[in-house]
Write a protein that binds this ligand. Structure first.
Ligand code: ADP
Ligand code: MG
Length: 341
C-alpha cells in the first residue's frame, strides 16, 4: 500500500503572515514601506499620522497617481506589483519597491483601510482588509492619490506585539526611517504628526535646506559639498566639516539611486578620506548620494533592501574616497552654499 501524502500548500493568509515576519518588524517598517510606495507613486506631498508610536494607527496620505479599483484590490495580493514584469527588469530597477510583498504582509497582521483614486477617475475605491481577509469594498468620493490606515499592528500576532519596545524607542525607529526618506527626497514635501503633535513639516527644496530643516540651523555652516563624477558613478552630497565630527554615530547616510543603504566598506572609504582630520572615535556627518546604472548593482539581497552589492566595489570605494578627500581639502576655503530654493 502506498504511503499517504502529507504535504499541503499553505493558505495565502498564513503564507502572508509568515512573509510579514521578514518585512514587518515594527511600526517603523510599515512607515518605510508605505512611504516608499508613495514615492514610487510620484507623490509630491506625503503626510504621516501616528498614534502611540504607530501601534494603534499609522496613516499615510499621498497625492500620487492612485490606483484603479482593480489595482487597489490586487495590491494586497502577494507578488502583485506594477513595478517589474520580467526577470530582465530586475537589472533596471529605479523604483523603491519591486517585490510586491509589503501590502500583502501588512494586511496579514493589521486592520487596513485603503482609499485611493486616480486623476482620471471621478470616484475612488475604499477597501477594508483585516488579517488578509477583505471585509468590504466600496466606491467613494476622495481626492486623487492614496491613503492607507494601518490600525492595531500585530493584533493577531501577540508574540510580535509583545516584542515591541516602549513608545519612545519605537518612535526613534520611525524617525530614523522618516528622516532617511526625507533626506533621499528633498523634492517631496513631507509631514509627520504623532498623537496630534506636529513633529516635522518639511517643504520641498534643495538637499541642503532639507538637512538644515531636519537637523537644525547649526548644521548650515558645517556642511561642505561633495561631488565627483565618472562614467561609472556619480557621487554627490554633503559632508560635515572635520571639527563637526561627533562621538555619536548615526548621522551617516549613503543613498544609492535614492535608496538608503548600509555599507561598511563604503563607510570605510569616507573615514579614510577624513584621514587624521577627525579625532579617533569621532564620526563625521555625511549624506552622500551615489547614482549608478541599476545594471551595476544588486539590491535583491535582503527583503528590506538596505544591503546592496556593486559589481565593482573597488571603483566605488576609490571614487567616494576621492570625492570626500576633495571636500575635506577645500572646506576651509569657505565655499558658499546656495540656500535660495
Ligand atoms: P511593491 O512596492 O514591491 O510593488 P507593494 O506591496 O508595496 O509592492 O505594493 C503593491 C502595488 O500596489 C505597487 O506595485 C503599486 O502598484 C500599488 N501601490 C502601493 N502603494 C501605492 C500608492 N501609495 N500609490 C499608488 N499605488 C500604490
Ligand atoms: Mg512597496
Amino acid at each position: 500500500m502506498p504511503s499517504s501524502d502529507i504535504i499541503q500548500l499553505l493558505p495565502d493568509s498564513i503564507a502572508n503572515q509568515i512573509a510579514a515576519g521578514e518585512v514587518v518588524q515594527r511600526p517603523a517598517s510599515v512607515v518605510k514601506e508605505l512611504l516608499e510606495n508613495s514615492i514610487d507613486a510620484q507623490a509630491t506631498q506625503i503626510q504621516v499620522i501616528l498614534r502611540e508610536a504607530g501601534r494603534t494607527l499609522i496613516q499615510i496620505i499621498d497625492n500620487g497617481i492612485g490606483m484603479s479599483q482593480t489595482d487597489a484590490r490586487l495590491s494586497f495580493e502577494r507578488h502583485a506589483t506594477s513595478k517589474i514584469r520580467k526577470s530582465d527588469d530586475l537589472f533596471k530597477i529605479r523604483t523603491m519597491g519591486f517585490r510586491g510583498e509589503a501590502l500583502a504582509s501588512i494586511a496579514a497582521i493589521a486592520q487596513v483601510e485603503l482609499k485611493t483614486k486616480k486623476e482620471e477617475d471621478e470616484l475612488g475605491t475604499l477597501i477594508r482588509i483585516e488579517a488578509s481577509e477583505i471585509k468590504s469594498q466600496e466606491t467613494v468620493a476622495c481626492p486623487t492619490g492614496t491613503s492607507f490606515s494601518i490600525k492595531n499592528l500585530f493584533f493577531n500576532v501577540p508574540a510580535r506585539r509583545n516584542f515591541l519596545k516602549s513608545n519612545s524607542v519605537e518612535m526613534r525607529h520611525v524617525l530614523d526611517e522618516f528622516q532617511r526618506i526625507a533626506l533621499a527626497h528633498p523634492e517631496v514635501a513631507l509631514s509627520l504628526y504623532h498623537n496630534d503633535t506636529e513633529i516635522f513639516n518639511l517643504q520641498s527644496g534643495k538637499l541642503v535646506r532639507r538637512i538644515v530643516d531636519i537637523y537644525g540651523k547649526s548644521y548650515r555652516e558645517q556642511l561642505a559639498s561633495c561631488q565627483e563624477e565618472t562614467s561609472y558613478i556619480n557621487v554627490r552630497g554633503y559632508i560635515g566639516k572635520p571639527e563637526f565630527a561627533r562621538k555619536t554615530r548615526g548621522e551617516q547616510y549613503f543613498f544609492v539611486n535614492q535608496r538608503f543603504i548600509r555599507h561598511s566598506y563604503m563607510h570605510h572609504a569616507v573615514i579614510t578620506a577624513f584621514d587624521g582630520t577627525i579625532p579617533e572615535g569621532s564620526h563625521p556627518f555625511y549624506v552622500l548620494f551615489i547614482d549608478i546604472d541599476p545594471a551595476h548593482i544588486d539590491i535583491n539581497i535582503h527583503p528590506t533592501k538596505t544591503e546592496i552589492k556593486f559589481d565593482d566595489e573597488r571603483s566605488v570605494y576609490a571614487i567616494i574616497m576621492a570625492a570626500v578627500k576633495k571636500a575635506v581639502g577645500v572646506y576651509n576655503l569657505s565655499q558658499s552654499i546656495d540656500f535660495d530654493d
